[in-house]
Ligand binder design. Structure first.
Ligand code: NAP
Length: 243
């Protein structure tokens, strides 16, 4: 048995990663913070296709809830082979309009949440001297998008923590990489005004927004032995947007 924990797996990119890893044979832990019904639908679909897993509610920005979640996972499965740090939020605000609430919440979920989950997962991975962590970054960490100074700062931090975690954890057989999606068809993109959608679409050389499977297939590859010599990298999956 191999166990993969995917944070923020009740919809969007996290859902696709959970489904893909289940198809790859992992028992999948589906984390969410509010959307229990959607998370249950994801788990039901996985089980219908012959896979297995469980739901774990936790706000990744709350260290006590994260510890409790990982205790529950340990009690159920005793091991963790893969962590996909995916749960994230985006709140676009121009610098002069930026509220301290937005700043705090983005830092708490998009940065601290990744650290809390990585710490807990690594405690389990140490024992096996193997493991894979994938941190979900964003093309915003590479390309300036007006209104996203906080979001892009959090994703820049994700790229940096990925490099350092990779160096620290390599002696223990744990690989850490990041994936930086461009514009992917999810609720995040659905929320854009139509004129912004058009503008962004024009800027993508491959001529389309990505879909969640475009990201999940690369996450699957990064978890596999075909990438066993790769660590500390950030792969940009953006249809050429950042070129
Ligand atoms: P999404 O559709 O909004 O889904 C976000 C997921 O994260 C949901 O399952 C949500 O569950 C969960 N979540 C949010 N806050 C949480 C918290 N504090 N604790 C636990 N779970 C939480 O987002 P998405 O578009 O799939 O994005 C997923 C990741 O990809 C994010 O890190 C995002 O920054 C990154 N990304 C997305 C795009 C894009 O175009 N969509 C591009 C680049 C990067 P609940 O509803 O239960 O809270």
């Amino acid at each position: 048995m191999k166990v993969a924990v995917v944070t923020g797996a009740s919809r969007g990119i996290g859902r696709a990663c959970a489904e893909r890893l289940a198809d790859d044979g992992y028992t999948v832990v589906i984390n969410y913070s509010h959307s229990e019904e959607q998370a249950q639908t994801v788990l039901d679909g996985i089980c219908e296709r012959g896979g297995s897993g469980m739901l774990c509610r936790a706000d990744v920005s709350n260290p006590d809830e994260v510890k409790k979640m990982f205790r529950k996972i340990a009690a159920e499965y005793g091991q963790i082979d893969v962590l996909v740090n995916n749960a994230g939020i985006v709140k676009d605000e121009f610098l002069l309009m930026l509220s301290s609430e937005t700043l705090d919440r983005c830092l708490d979920v998009n940065i601290k949440g990744y650290f809390y989950c990585a710490q807990q997962a690594v405690l389990k991975m140490f024992r096996k001297k193997s493991g894979v962590i994938i941190n979900m970054s964003s093309v915003s960490s590479k390309t300036a998008i007006a209104g996203q100074s906080v979001y892009s700062a959090t994703k820049g931090a994700v790229n940096s923590m990925t490099q350092t975690m990779a160096k620290e954890l390599a002696p223990y057989g744990i690989r850490v990489n990041a994936v930086a999606p461009g514009f992917i068809e999810t609720e995040m993109i659905d929320a854009l005004p139509p004129e912004k959608r058009e503008e962004y679409l024009k800027a993508i050389p491959l001529g389309r927004f990505g879909n969640v499977e475009d990201i999940a297939s690369v996450v699957s590859m990064l978890c596999s032995d075909s990438c066993k010599y790769m660590t500390g990298q950030t792969l940009v999956l953006d249809g050429g947007l950042s070129l």
